[in-house]
Design a protein around this ligand. Sequence first.
Ligand code: AMP
Ligand code: MG
Length: 408
Amino acid sequence: MLSVRDAEATILNSIQPLDHQQDLEFIDLLMANNRILATPVISSLDFPHWHNSAMDGYAVRYADVQQARANKPVVLEVVEEITAGYQPQVTIKPGQAARIFTGAMMPAGADTVVMQEKTHLQENRVFVFLAPQPQEFVRHKGDFYQAGSELLPAGINLTASEIAVLAAAQREQVCVFRRPRVAIFSSGNELVMPEEMLKPGQIADSNQYALATLVRELGAEVLLLGIIKDDPKALEEIIDYAIANADIVLSTGGVSVGDYDYIDKILASLGAKIHFRAVQMRPGKPLTFATFPNSLYFGLPGNPVSALVTCWRFVQPTIKKLAGLAKGWETTFLKVKSHSELKSNGKMETYIGGKLHLVNGVYQFHKALGNDSSGNLINLAQTNALAVLPVGKTFVYPGEEVFVLLLS
Ligand code: AMP
Ligand code: MG
């Protein structure tokens, strides 16, 4: 059976990320949080825009004050006061200084700032008691960024700090990738919508809600296609529609080997390339991955725990990579100490839900306490991590280190 690592590689290699020319949107800066920058940003401004002071103090000529001592202060004439936003009018000549405040423009002639704590003002004369370093407390034009070079690269996720940079560069609008479109449907004759009265044998469709929530959290647009009966004709129609309208299709149910598990046959009849039908993991073994020319298809297991675990493990990096993120889309694992004893049959890579607790600054994994049947969705609530036991590992002792996949 295909290992998780090989399944992941197959999926990630099949992804065609959104196009740098076609899949774009221009949006207002304030709407850009968590969107992915589609084109590099270049600014025609230097940062800082002009030499400015990093302190409240006096702008001076270094040559004038290099001999200043506590017992032998240098006395300078203060010829101008420069506040932030004011353009200096006077050139500082030998023996002169300007009162200056943080962020204000340096006046011509001055090259150094003396902090006000090292000075004493008497009328229009300032006493400097300490020799500064040459150019001390001056932020020079272009020190942080030079006009014309790359300010932000394409393919990054925009958060508060990048949006601040864009605002500083006076971008009102920003070019981002459109959101990936993800179609979701559930299949199963036993499924009803949560608001419907349950008849014997029926259950509420929780998968569609779980997947839609996760997909939205990842910044994708959701196309909810509802519940489809275990009927080949209905399934074929919906899959045909989904692949024409979405970048990624997620269905749950109907991919095991039961008599009503039709999905794989339908995918084949619609011309999909089926890459695999099962992965050596638990929960999540019956997992179909197929590709169409313009979309990726995940036939996820119906079991709600399996559906979520396979989504976290495989669909999450898929959405991030397809969305145009240049780096950091891979599933990452954290090594932590397990507080609980963990078990596996050793035959499958095993994912165990639980919670990471921060104890004295160190994360500890605590296994979820309820019944650990693979169908126990209730147990998955209030968890924030999945511990991963590789194939061959049957036991993790309390205190032993284990890799976990962080869920949020
Ligand atoms: P299947 O993969 O269709 O054989 O389903 C496996 C198990 O998951 C069965 O117990 C189904 O009733 C259950 N199941 C399937 N689809 C859903 C769903 N959308 N929501 C909740 N449970 C489901
Ligand atoms: Mg079913």
